[in-house]
Design a protein around this ligand. Structure first.
Ligand SMILES: *Cc1c(COP(=O)(O)O)cnc(C)c1O
Length: 400
């Protein structure tokens, strides 16, 4: 077609990131230091959290948060199956079992009733709600359940900077009476705010914040990095065998520049989503993503679902038709319970979690990033519309 390839996601950088990086290089201090501390303060202020601890990824953030609330060998943690590998893997890393649950058919966020039906057992310690695609979970129901059962809530907010629910930004304080809880953000290359690799743990709990800070850098006593600075001392103590999960200043600096542009990024994401949904809503063989009342969606992903009963082609064919037109797509996500490790270790069958299994086979994420031009958006709209109309099952002889 002569058009260049349009990727699913692309970070947007300008002179501001370069200036921040130059400052770090010139300072001679490139690992965790003042820029990481500044990013912690700015993210804490932005979401309204008491504490923010910068780490090397959201995976590290969730691992540290679960460790800090005391998840240990033999425990159970509730995890929605519709998520990325990291959400389940970190539970396994602690010797605990991820108990996978199904999601709501409209938002694909964890189904609170499915958790209630499961009846958390005596070893269940925590829930990891995933704000899927940037849509907040049904937090009122989840928090009510967590409060009654004394469960910790460790939010996977990898997609949810910035998202809000009932006027409360994800990362802001949760209602009182909850066990120590935390919110984990990702600054991975494709996320709404990126440092290449990076993450942040936000919490109101002083002890949790202190524990993750110590465990993020070898379990060495507080502010160990200061030992190299002029006012530091050579002395340090290992309090616990911690991890190497700190965020270097070289990367944190990129985050500072990105955060200043985040409101504009979000405005552009919303405009693209409005254009997509206006074009696809009239097509009965396509299902657009939803934004429930009271939710302020972060629009990290635009996940389209095909009404395969009204189409002559499968999701695979739909994806390859888009690829033939130079348009990148992806699938978010292959549910955890159908991956060989989770399937074989815990004995899941695909139909055990039917909502996620059905959604998975019909979904495709379309390109969505603030650097897309109107022409890029039109190109996706035209391609999707043309493929859908050309492959529609004629009225009256629908199969499926
Ligand atoms: C990207 C992602 C993660 C992992 O984030 P990293 O910063 O790469 O560790 C976790 N959960 C979900 C839902 C994600 O999409």
């Amino acid at each position: 077609m002569g058009d260049s390839f349009l990727p699913l996601a692309l970070p947007v950088f300008d002179e501001q990131e370069l200036e921040e990086i130059k400052e770090v290089l010139a300072s001679g201090w490139i690992t965790t230091g003042p820029k990481a501390r500044q990013l912690e303060q700015e993210i804490a202020a932005f979401v309204g959290a008491k504490h923010a601890v910068a780490v090397s990824s959201c995976t590290a953030a969730m691992h540290l948060a679960l460790e800090a609330v005391g998840v240990r060998e033999g425990d159970e943690v509730i995890v929605p199956t519709m998520t990325f590998a990291a959400t389940g893997n970190v539970v396994v890393h602690l010797g605990a079992r991820p108990v996978l649950v199904d999601v709501l058919p409209d938002t694909l966020t964890v189904d609170p009733d499915a958790i209630a039906r499961l009846g958390p057992g005596p070893r269940t310690r925590a829930i990891i709600p995933v704000h899927y695609a940037g849509h907040a979970c049904e937090m009122a129901a989840l928090l009510d359940l967590a409060k009654r059962r004394g469960l910790h809530v460790i939010e996977d907010a990898a997609h949810a900077l910035p998202a809000a629910h009932d006027g409360r930004r994800i990362g802001a304080p949760l209602p009182a009476g909850l066990a120590a809880s935390a919110v984990c953000f990702s600054f991975y290359a494709t996320k709404n705010l990126t440092t290449g690799e990076g993450g942040m743990i936000c919490t109101e709990d002083d002890a949790l914040a202190e524990r993750v800070r110590v465990m993020s850098l070898h379990g060495i006593s507080k502010d160990a990095w200061k030992r190299y600075a002029a006012d530091g001392s050579w002395y340090y103590e290992v309090l616990s065998p911690g991890f190497k999960y700190n965020l270097p200043d070289l990367l944190a600096a990129v985050g500072l520049a990105q955060l200043r542009k985040l409101p504009a990024f979000q405005e552009r994401r919303r405009a693209i989503v409005r254009r997509y949904s206006a074009a696809f809503a009239p097509l009965d063989m396509l299902e657009c993503p939803v934004e429930r009342a009271g939710v302020d969606h972060a629009w990290h992903l635009y996940v389209l679902r095909l009404r395969t009963d009204r189409l002559k082609i499968s999701r695979e064919q739909f994806v390859s038709e888009l690829r033939a037109r130079g348009i990148g797509t992806s699938v978010h996500f292959i549910p955890l319970h159908v991956h060989p490790f989770y399937r074989d270790t815990y004995g899941y069958k695909p139909e055990d979690l039917p909502v996620a299994w059905d959604a998975y086979r019909r979904m495709a994420s379309l390109p969505l990033y603030p650097g897309m031009t109107d022409a890029d958006v039109d190109r996706v709209v035209d391609a999707v519309t043309e493929i859908a109309l050309r492959n529609r099952v004629p009225q009256g002889i629908r199969v499926g």
